[in-house]
Design a protein around this ligand. Structure first.
Ligand SMILES: [Zn+2]
Length: 482
């Protein structure tokens, strides 16, 4: 399969003259990168401040129920190893679990100081901007393994040009406040003063009905962002069942939300996201998308009646910027279905018609190699067969194995999630992470090869492999015979 593709590519490259259309107009006519992932009309992020216990206990089940990923901003010194916790703050394990489930963990600094009141300092001098921003990121990355801490929330949204310049050293974007949503085209300063908005409840809040006005006005606010094709960021602190709300309000806690209110809002937002009106994603994923889109360079390698080959590159770090961009690709009038491939991934796509011609929509990761499209004749039965509708984790082969085995899995259509595939020993110790990235729907194969493992090689015996994405997880057994 792989060899065949390589041959196909080299044939095309040899036979066709490489034309590099640098004229932006021409390029954009054929390959257009959608403003938002999935060609959604707008974007939305949930952000939760301060690392609170209620984020794990009350927010997590609601977000997971709707398959939304949130961004959680932590203050590392306030987190404990186990219960009891410091006041309303959570434990490390709570946020490790959230990270494992695909939520983002960001930094809210160490001590929640007003940053504009501190000197720049350096990364080893306490009570300086450098120290607060660098050390919090470092601790979070140590505690939340395999995840980078990419975004920051300024405490009290307090920042200025000096604070921003330090934030730019360590983060990809930073959240401040502002009643408007963010535009899709952001300059470097905009990325470090992302606007976010929180719900402001008016008193009294004696019954759930008292909070209804705020629900409708927050829906209106979101709707405006959707209509304007913008990125709305919601800022949230405590979320507790309505029955516990009175206590927090009496203590003067900043704008707590009831789980009932939050569930109603999420359910409304889910409808919008299901109808492609809004892409609900973490702050780091939206940051990645916007930056990749803004720095993407599209090279048309070849365009004929039967084949289109192009390449998308950017000058960003591939370790961080690995999110696929949703592309609309104009195809010849006589194409009805398309075979598309990039690297080891291939898919079949339907062609759809618009006023300006025929197009296909595909998610393409920059810097992952040439994208090839060709016209295919395909029956609708084939297409249905080719589009998986449920998760599949297949038995590894060969099994038993030594030193290497392959594991095939299928990501169903409609799923936009981080996928992890890990290998464990009998005691539950993690042996290897085979996959830990955002995956598009499709069929994949992962390889577990002892020779690529650092350190002492595992002994013969039974091992487990586990796939996890959103609410789905499945575990299978395999045997190593050395
Ligand atoms: Zn805060």
């Amino acid at each position: 399969m792989k060899n065949m593709k390589v041959k196909l590519f080299s044939k095309i490259l040899v036979l066709l003259m490489v034309i590099n259309l640098n004229a932006a107009g021409q390029t954009q006519d054929l390959v257009y990168i959608a403003k938002w992932f999935g060609n959604n009309s707008s974007a939305f992020s949930f952000s939760f401040d301060d690392g609170l216990k209620s984020h794990y206990n009350n927010v997590r089940p609601i977000l997971n129920q709707f398959n939304f990923k949130g961004t959680f901003y932590l203050l590392p010194p306030y987190l404990t190893e186990t219960e009891p916790t410091i006041w309303r703050y959570g434990t490390w394990q709570m946020f490790q679990t959230l990270a494992y489930e695909g939520h983002e963990i960001g930094s809210h600094t160490l001590n929640h100081f007003y940053l504009t009141g501190l000197t720049v300092g350096d990364t080893s001098t306490v009570n300086t901007i450098m120290y607060e921003l660098f050390q919090s990121k470092k601790i979070i990355e140590q505690r939340v393994a395999n995840k980078k801490c990419l975004t920051l929330a300024y405490p009290f949204a307090d920042h200025n040009a000096t604070v921003d310049s330090v934030a730019k050293l360590f983060y990809e974007s930073a959240r401040a406040v502002g009643i408007d949503a963010n535009n899709f085209n952001l300059n470097e300063n905009d990325f470090f003063s992302l606007k976010s908005y929180s719900v402001h409840f008016s008193l009294p809040r004696n019954t759930m009905d008292d909070d209804l006005d705020e629900l409708y006005s927050f829906m209106d606010w979101t709707e405006t962002s959707i209509d304007n094709g913008q990125w709305a960021i919601m800022m949230v602190h405590d979320v507790v069942p309505f029955s516990e709300l009175g206590d927090l309000v009496a203590q003067g806690i900043y704008e707590p939300i009831s789980t009932e209110w939050f569930t109603d809002y999420c359910s409304w937002l889910k409808n919008k996201s299901d109808s492609s009106k809004v892409w609900v994603a973490t702050i780091s994923d939206v940051t990645k998308y916007l930056r990749e889109r803004q720095s993407a360079n599209i090279d048309l390698i070849s365009v004929t009646d039967s084949v289109i080959v192009f390449n998308i590159t950017d000058n960003l770090s591939n370790e961080i910027y690995n999110l696929p961009l949703t592309c609309l690709i104009k195809v010849p009038e006589n194409w009805n279905a398309v075979y598309i491939s990039q690297n080891n991934l291939a898919d079949t796509l339907f062609v759809f018609e618009t006023d300006s011609g025929k197009f296909v929509q595909a998610n393409i990761t920059p810097d992952k190699g040439f994208v090839l499209l060709r016209s295919i004749i395909i029956s609708s039965a084939d297409l249905v067969f080719n589009v998986p509708s449920e998760f599949i984790l297949r038995q590894n082969y060969p099994n038993p194995f030594n030193p290497s085995t392959k594991i095939e899995y299928v990501i169903p259509i409609g799923l936009k999630n981080i996928v992890t595939l890990k290998v464990y020993d009998m005691l539950g110790n993690e042996i290897a992470t085979l996959v830990n990235e955002f995956k598009e729907p499709g069929r994949y194969e992962a390889e577990f090869n002892l020779e690529q493992l650092p350190g002492t090689k595992p002994a013969s015996g039974i091992y487990f492999y586990r796939i996890q994405s959103g609410n789905f997880n499945q575990t299978r057994k395999m045997i190593l015979l050395r």
